[in-house]
Design a protein. Structure first.
Length: 314
C-alpha cells in the first residue's frame, strides 16, 4: 500500500538525443558517490526544465544541462570525511569543500570532451552580489548558465537535506531562495562591504530564475496531485469491491440453506484478488480505507501548497 513520489520522475533528460560524446560526459558521474551523483542528476533535471521555462533555445538548454550534470565533478577529490560529514563544517573544512569548484573546472579543462562544459563546475557557487566563490564575481561577469545552475543546485540541496517525501511544505524552501534573491545585510569586512555596496540592489540569486522555479515546482506539484489522484481512484475501486464482499458476507451469514451459503461464498471468492482470502480481507479493507484518507489529505495539502507558492513574490 506504500506510495512514494519522486520529484524528478516526470522529466526525462533523455528527451534530448544524446550522442556518444555526451554520453561520455554523463558517464563521468559514475565515479561519484551515490548521494552526489543523485544530486547532480537532480540539478541537471531542474536546470533542463528551468531553461525550457526561460525559453532558452534547444542548443543552450542541452549545453546548460550537461554543465549541470558536471557541476559537482570536483567533489571526486574532496575527502569523504568532509563531503559526507553530517554536522557543520569547520572553517578549514569549508575552504576545502569550496575548492571543488576549481578542481572541477580543472578536471573539465584537462579533458577535451569535458572542456566545453567547464562553466558549470566553476560558476555554480558565484553570487550576483559578489559574495560567492571561488572568484567572488558579480552579475555582469557570471555566465547565465552559472546563474541558472546555482538556483537549481541550491533548491535541490535544501530539498535533499530536508528529505521531503512530498512537495508538502516545499514553499518554505522557496522562501529561502527568495531571501537569497534579496540584497544581503552589509558584512563587517571593509573590502567585502565595498564590493557589496557596488551591488547593493542585488541578492545572491537571479530573481527571474527563482521566479521561473516557482512554475517548475507548481508543475511538479500538479503532477504529484495527478499521480496521487490516480492512486486514490484505484483505492476507491478496491474499497467499493470490499464493500461488495461485505454485503455478500452478510448475506452468506444470514442464509439458512447451505446451497445459498455456497452461492454467496463463491461470489466472494470471485471478488477476491491474489493473496486475498476470508482470513485477511477485513484487515486489507481497513488498510485501503486508511490509505485513501491519507492520500486524500495529501492532495488537499498539495493544493494548499500551490496557493501559498502562487502568493510568493521575489
Amino acid at each position: 500500500m506504500s506510495y512514494e513520489f519522486d520529484f524528478y520522475d516526470k522529466t526525462s533528460l533523455k528527451s534530448y538525443n544524446l550522442n556518444e560524446s555526451m554520453r561520455y560526459q554523463l558517464n563521468m558521474l559514475d565515479t561519484l558517490d551515490v548521494f552526489t551523483r543523485k544530486h547532480c542528476e537532480n540539478v541537471a533535471s531542474l536546470t533542463c526544465r528551468l531553461c525550457e521555462y526561460l525559453h532558452c533555445n534547444k542548443g543552450f538548454t542541452e549545453y546548460c544541462t550537461i554543465c549541470a550534470y558536471l557541476h559537482d565533478i570536483g567533489k571526486l577529490y574532496i575527502p569523504a570525511s568532509i563531503l559526507q560529514k553530517p554536522g557543520k563544517l569547520t572553517d578549514e573544512e569549508y575552504e576545502i569543500m569550496k575548492s571543488h569548484t576549481t578542481i572541477g573546472y580543472n578536471i573539465c579543462m584537462k579533458d577535451l570532451k569535458l572542456r566545453p562544459y567547464a562553466a558549470g563546475a566553476l560558476y555554480h557557487h558565484e553570487a550576483l552580489n559578489g559574495s560567492g566563490y571561488p572568484q567572488g564575481l558579480t552579475k555582469k561577469d557570471i555566465p547565465y548558465e552559472g546563474q541558472i545552475i546555482r538556483v537549481a543546485d541550491e533548491y535541490d540541496a535544501i530539498v535533499s537535506k530536508r528529505q521531503y517525501k512530498s512537495h508538502i511544505g516545499i514553499s518554505d524552501t522557496l522562501k529561502i531562495l527568495i531571501e537569497n534573491s534579496h540584497p544581503q545585510k552589509p558584512p563587517q569586512k571593509s573590502e567585502a562591504l565595498h564590493k557589496l555596496s557596488e551591488n547593493a540592489r542585488l541578492g545572491k540569486n537571479n530573481a527571474n530564475i527563482v521566479r521561473v522555479l516557482f512554475k517548475v515546482v507548481i508543475d511538479d506539484i500538479e503532477y504529484e496531485i495527478y499521480c496521487t489522484q490516480s492512486y486514490i481512484d484505484d483505492l476507491k475501486n478496491n474499497i467499493k469491491r470490499f464493500e461488495e464482499i461485505l454485503k455478500y458476507k452478510d448475506k452468506m451469514d444470514k442464509a439458512k440453506k447451505e446451497k445459498d451459503k455456497n452461492y454467496y461464498r463463491e461470489g466472494i471468492q470471485m471478488l477476491f484478488k491474489e493473496n486475498e482470502n476470508f482470513d485477511n480481507y477485513l484487515s486489507l479493507y481497513d488498510e485501503y480505507k486508511k490509505a485513501y484518507e491519507t492520500r486524500k489529505a495529501m492532495i488537499d495539502n498539495l493544493y494548499h501548497e500551490i496557493k501559498i507558492i502562487k502568493k510568493l513574490k521575489v
